[in-house]
Every structure is written in structure tokens, then in C-alpha cells.
Design a protein around this ligand. Structure first.
Ligand code: CMC
Length: 418
């Protein structure tokens, strides 16, 4: 028999089932709360609400642990590739050599974007933000694959849409970049692996192996992060039985905001502003601490991590190595290091458990790789895509999923008359 939690609401007392996850997290199942008591819960930002069950990703924010399907992120970064981890997220098990080569072959087959999508990308102003173009291109794919618009897709169709999305978003992202540079889009180099081909599609030349490997790790680090804002958006849109193209496109839109994926662009802009201001970051720390000032230290803080973001640790290690390998000396790295050290020893940040997050150092790496600032969040989207697809698939396969439709506490006028 499952455990019960007692909730005393004055005149009414109710018993609510307690749920427990495989890593020990506990939840109170309030599904019957309103029907039995007329009460609803109120949870600003949903920080205390489990909106689904999932077997994909686990985070222990207090300990700084991130695992996908039971594997730690450090282990995956060390021993696997972006595509292997994507396969793991989607299928639930690590690919065999045959499964991996099959996936690679299918992605290669599906990496050419339809001419209409190319025209759509080109129809945007050259200086349009790449996130808007990418989101529009992804939802426009729905027009080219009408047989993939159901949510209850057959196994065959699910196995078709996964490599299709990976191949298409790689080509769309690179195409959006080339459009911004005023260059024509080019086709894949089929001899290259996923991330190397992506760099080829952007730059028109075979990339340095080390650079491709580093970018592959960066994509892997972003592959999934349980119920963050964009993934929750994918699930909310998908809960109405919307198709995958619409759901992922909405996820891209949610990612764009500077409190979420857009933070990587905002971090670099903040570091540039500090540099242009003479390099003294103390003034910016004071601004971030000032309650009257809306400025926040971008790349710092996280809803779930109250300890180091494990992804930030990996990225920080990579940042030094990549800059050294590419022989890039970026003064922004010194500013970032100084800013981090000062913030970590400051009582304001320490007492609020604010640590650098995944976005703090990623921009410096993208910049060293020659990727323009306004493309950073699109890079995040390319990395996050397998997570969105895996979460959408898991939702579509879970029995009893209901359309997401929260309640509210009405605070408006009552009984007005004309
Ligand atoms: N700079 C200064 N103060 C901060 C910051 C920051 N970056 N982040 C949080 N705080 C303060 C906040 O003002 C609040 O102070 P007080 O208790 O005095 O009111 C306290 O810390 C708790 O913060 P919160 O706003 O309740 O935290 P949250 O869980 O609602 O927000 C966050 C999380 C990530 C939106 C926020 O930390 C933030 O805006 N960070 C900067 C943007 C950023 O780097 N976003 C990327 C997140 S990680 C990758 C991703 O999700 O894409």
C-alpha cells in the first residue's frame, strides 16, 4: 500500500497519495484535491510542482548531479558522442555499433532541407535574429512531411521522424547562419560525422578534428535537462496532441528568452560591456546585487542547481583547452574568471546559492569557434533537440496524459453591470 500524506484544511482533512521516484524524490499526488476540497494549489513558476513522470533525465540540484537514463553527464562527455547520447535519450538504451551506424546513415539521407524551407529562410531580412528564423523553419517542416503530423505515430514513423529532425535542424541551423552572412546554403559533406558536417555546412570547409570534437561535447552537454522552460513548453504544446514540428518550434521560442537559453548570448554581451567599460567587473556585481536595478549577473543562478551546475564544470575545463588549441587569447575569459571568483566569494551570491550555469562559459567557446553571438542560442537549440524529441515521444507513449490546463486565482472585479 502506498504512503499517504494528510492535509488539514480546517473543516476538511484529506489523505493524498505520496509518490516516490527511483532516485528517492518524493511528491504528493494532488490530482483529486480540487474535486474533493475545492482548493487548488498556487505555485509561482511551478518550482514545487512535478508536472509529469519521466525516465529520461535525473537532476539532484543540491548535489550538482545530472544523469541521462542513469549515466552521469561526466561519463557521457568522456565516453560518448552527441549522437550516441541522442540515441540513448530517444530509445532508452545505448546504441550498438550497428544501431549507431544505422542512425548516422539515416541522418545523412535526411540532411537536405527542402527548397521551400531554403526560400523561407532567405525571405527573412539578413539581420533577423536566427532564433526566429529557426523556429519558423522548424514549424514549416510540417508542410513537407504531412504523414508525420499525428501524435500517435507508429513505431516506424517515430523511427523516421527522429533522424529526420536531427538531419533537418543541423542543415537549417547552418543555413540560417549562412543567410546571416549573406552566403548561399550548401549541401552536406556525406563523408563527415554529424558535428563535423554541421561545421562544414556553416563554413564550407572540413573542420579541424579537435574543433569538431569540442563542439560535439558542447552539443552533448545541452542534450536534455528534464522539465526546463523549453522542454515543459514542448510538453504543454504536445499535450494538446500537437505534432512534433509544432511542439519543437514552440520549444525553440521558449529557449530564446535571456532567462533560459538566451542567457548564453546575454553573457557574452555582458562580458563585452564589462570590457568596454574598462574591465572592472565589481561595478556589475554591485548592480546585480541592487534590488532597485533589474540587471542580473547573466550565466549565474539556476532554478534547480543550488550547487555547481555540473555542465558548467565540464565547459569551464573545455574552455581553457579549446582556446589553447585554437591559439585564441580572449580577454573575455579573464573577465569571466574574475567575475566568477568575485561572485563566488560574495555573501549575496553565496547565501542565495548562485553558481555559474551552463551558459556562463559556453559563449566564450562559441566565439573562439568563430560563431557569431546571435547564433549562440540556436547552437543551444541544436543541442537540446534530442531531449525535446525524447520528451515528446515519452509523453505520447504515456497512458493517461491529460491536456495541460492549469487553474488560476481570479483577482479581478466581480458583479459589474452595463
Ligand atoms: N544575479 C543576481 N541575483 C540573482 C541572480 C543573478 N543571476 N539569479 C538569482 N538571483 C537572486 C534573485 O534576485 C533572488 O534574490 P532574493 O531572494 O533576494 O529575491 C534569489 O537570487 C533567488 O532567485 P530567483 O529569481 O528566485 O531564482 P529563479 O529560480 O526564479 O531563477 C534564473 C533562476 C536562472 C532565472 C535566475 O537565476 C536568473 O535570472 N539567472 C540569470 C539568467 C541565466 O543565466 N539563465 C540561464 C539559466 S541555466 C540554462 C538554461 O536554463 O537555459
Amino acid at each position: 500500500m502506498s504512503k499517504l500524506a494528510k492535509l488539514n484544511l480546517g473543516e476538511t482533512e484529506i489523505e493524498l497519495p505520496v509518490m516516490e521516484g527511483t532516485e528517492g524524490e518524493k511528491a504528493i499526488d494532488i490530482s483529486k484535491l480540487r474535486a474533493e476540497t475545492k482548493f487548488v494549489t498556487f505555485d509561482n513558476g511551478l518550482g514545487n510542482t512535478g508536472a509529469c513522470t519521466s525516465s529520461i533525465t535525473f537532476i539532484d540540484g543540491e548535489k550538482g548531479i545530472l544523469k541521462h537514463r542513469g549515466y552521469t553527464i561526466e561519463n557521457l562527455c568522456d565516453k560518448s558522442s552527441f549522437l550516441e547520447t541522442s540515441y540513448l535519450l530517444f530509445h532508452g538504451h545505448f546504441p550498438t555499433a550497428n544501431e549507431l551506424s544505422d542512425l548516422k546513415a539515416q541522418i545523412k539521407e535526411k540532411s537536405k532541407i527542402p527548397d521551400g524551407i531554403k526560400s523561407l529562410i532567405k525571405s527573412f531580412p539578413q539581420d533577423a535574429h536566427p532564433m526566429g528564423i529557426t523556429s519558423a523553419a522548424v514549424v514549416a517542416l510540417s508542410g513537407y512531411y504531412p504523414h508525420l503530423l499525428d501524435q500517435d505515430l507508429s513505431v516506424d514513423k517515430k523511427n523516421e521522424i527522429f533522424p529526420l529532425m536531427l538531419g533537418q535542424l543541423k542543415a537549417i541551423t547552418a543555413g540560417v547562419y549562412r543567410h546571416g552572412q549573406g552566403k548561399d546554403m550548401i549541401d552536406s559533406d556525406l563523408s563527415l560525422d554529424y558535428t563535423a558536417d554541421f561545421l562544414y555546412l556553416m563554413n564550407g570547409e572540413k573542420p579541424n578534428e579537435e574543433v569538431a570534437k569540442s563542439l560535439d561535447v558542447l552539443l552533448l552537454l545541452h542534450a536534455d535537462h528534464e522539465q526546463n522552460c523549453s522542454t515543459s513548453t514542448v510538453r504543454v504544446v504536445g499535450s494538446s496532441k500537437a505534432n512534433l514540428f509544432a511542439s519543437v518550434s514552440s520549444g525553440i521560442d521558449a529557449l530564446w528568452g535571456p532567462l533560459h537559453g538566451g542567457a548564453n548570448q546575454a553573457v557574452l554581451e555582458m562580458l563585452e560591456a564589462i570590457k568596454n567599460d574598462g574591465g572592472g567587473y565589481e561595478k556589475f556585481i554591485l548592480k546585480a546585487k541592487d534590488k532597485e536595478d533589474p540587471f542580473k549577473l547573466m550565466g549565474f543562478g539556476h532554478r534547480v542547481y543550488k550547487n555547481f551546475d555540473p555542465r558548467a564544470k565540464v565547459i569551464k575545463g573545455y574552455c581553457d583547452t579549446i582556446l589553447e588549441k585554437l591559439n585564441v587569447q580572449d580577454p573575455l575569459l579573464d573577465i569571466a574568471n574574475g567575475l566568477e571568483a568575485t561572485a563566488l566569494s560574495d555573501e549575496y551570491f553565496a547565501s542565495r546559492k548562485l553558481f555559474p550555469n551552463v551558459d556562463f562559459y559556453s559563449g566564450i567557446i562559441y566565439k573562439a569557434l568563430g560563431i557569431p553571438t546571435n547564433m549562440f542560442t540556436v547552437m543551444f537549440a541544436l543541442g537540446r533537440q534530442p531531449g525535446w524529441i525524447a520528451q515528446w515521444k515519452e509523453m505520447s507513449e504515456t497512458k493517461g496524459i491529460k491536456i495541460t490546463r492549469p487553474r488560476q486565482i481570479y483577482l479581478g472585479k466581480t458583479d459589474e453591470k452595463l
